[in-house]
Design a protein around this ligand. Sequence first.
Ligand code: ADP
Ligand code: MG
Length: 616
Amino acid sequence: MADIIQLLPDSVANQIAAGEVIQRPASVVKELVENAIDAGASQIKINIKDAGRTLIQIIDNGCGMSDTDARMAFERHATSKIRSADDIFAIRTMGFRGEALASIAAIAEVELRTKEHDQDLGTFIHISGSSIITQEPVRCDNGTNFQIKNLFFNVPARRKFLKSNPAELKHIINEIQRIALANPEIAISLHHNGSAIYELSGSNKRVRIVSLFGKNINQNLIPIDTETSLAKLTGFIGQPKHARKTFGEQFFFVNKRFMKHPFFHKAIMQAYEKILPPDAIPSYFIYFDLNPADIDVNIHPTKTEIKFENESAIWQILQASVREALGKFNIVPSIDFDQAGSVDIPMPLHDFSDVSMPEIKVNPNYNPFDQPAFSKGNSGSPGSFSSKPLERSNTGNWQSLYKGLGPDLSVRQETPVDEPVQFRIEEQQTIKSSVQFKNKYILTPVKSGLMVIDQKRAHERILYERLMQVLENHEVASQQQLFPETFELNASDATLLTSILPDLRALGFDIRDFGKNSFIINGTPGVLNTTSPIEIIESLLEEYKNSPVNLQEKARETVAISLAQASAIPYGHTLKPGEINELIDNLFACQTPNFSPKGKKILSIMPLEDFEKLLK
Ligand code: ADP
Ligand code: MG
């Protein structure tokens, strides 16, 4: 038989390899901006069209390239940054694999204008799908100007895989945020379709953080500054009272490179233990500087995961620094410290390698939207739309809903999610004997034992079903604000809010975009009866950002879910007896009282036998 193995042409090999480095427009932006930083630029301008689909332009005032280098730069494994494998252990530059430009040139059209500072003329190169179309001398500014057009024009599968423009733009903004925080001394501007998102002048870390996240963050920043023989740590942590419910302002940098590090995140969370509101995550901007030989940045193609030689020791230094900073600001009672004032390098006492971030367990088969559609007039659907969130609806109806249902099918048995658990609350009086426990649960005696209800999830379910009814019946009822409030968001949140504004309007929000990332709230959904609309919008955005991506495709429902979560009574909130009863009534008037809109269990029954066993 004839031989059948052939070497792939470079253009095909590059296209395949490109998949690893370039997943979306934001990856191109990241690689090109990092190259500009490596070229010593003090100013970088980024222009984007259509979230990067049509154009990504990066202009820098760095060292530029010679004619030959400009051509060479597009070859795979072509780099000016390392010469031998040993150099990898002394890396101070962002790039070193020599892969980015070859990958980008394989899947887009590239126009490059570049000039070294001591030359009169620069060079222009036009490449499409890995082939050089032209190279000629050109008059241009010092530095480098890349234009990437028609990204993925020859990889339709990738093009299809791209998300909506706001979603892709958000990825770009996130990359720019990270790079801008890592390099506060570099002036960076970002324009999208001609309008400015960022115009950051070169400054220090604090000013940079404030210009990215808004002036309110300024008084919230507590400085960190620790130097040990292993590493230097600088930056800021946020005050506990400003901690938000979800991720967004948590950043680690190592030698000016953004990194993700769940294990170090845990060190910070532990330092804040007991001083944070429940479920909140503090802001932090922490910069590690250490000998490049003590880290390995080569374990991940996009280089966001970094391995540390002395991971456990650095973990302890980090935690001690955070505790010390909190202590200095009198945030933690000093009695909590045994070593306040100084940070030694503690030797690792335990092996922390098995500590990992808690995983969020989600039932992959559960789809909250698979429930039968709510129909009007169904006695099980929440009836009233009064402005009080816990107003009694279907008063007295709840018992009949459960009449005749088997009493002992307790929730503890593995119950298929789409079959609501059936149970019966014994007597109306027993409901009256419901109590709140730890300001988090409601305990209610039922025939087969003791029912435990999660108060927040229960309220989320109630609000969610009410909001869905508003959407389905187009019964928008907006409660006008007496004093319309204005608020400003950071660029990425502003983009997100703009993209979900139509859905928020359908739910009863009256919000206008004022331009420059500011908004005004004139009205809120009648269903919510909220007094702090801005807070709700902020937590709504957080919840929305953290919804699984496949859920975000059902944007309306996701907005309703996020809004329900953002407005539900928080844990820690004491309920009056009347409110407890209303909550229970309203919960059992819902279509799906057993599960929260995101599919978490709302209630469970501890069977009588278990009590008996306990006391044996
Ligand atoms: P790497 O950054 O890993 O070296 P790249 O493919 O990103 O690989 O870039 C290849 C080479 O092209 C770089 O090593 C550098 O010499 C040159 N280069 C790329 N972008 C620029 C730029 N903006 N200014 C100057 N030189 C650049
Ligand atoms: Mg590079």
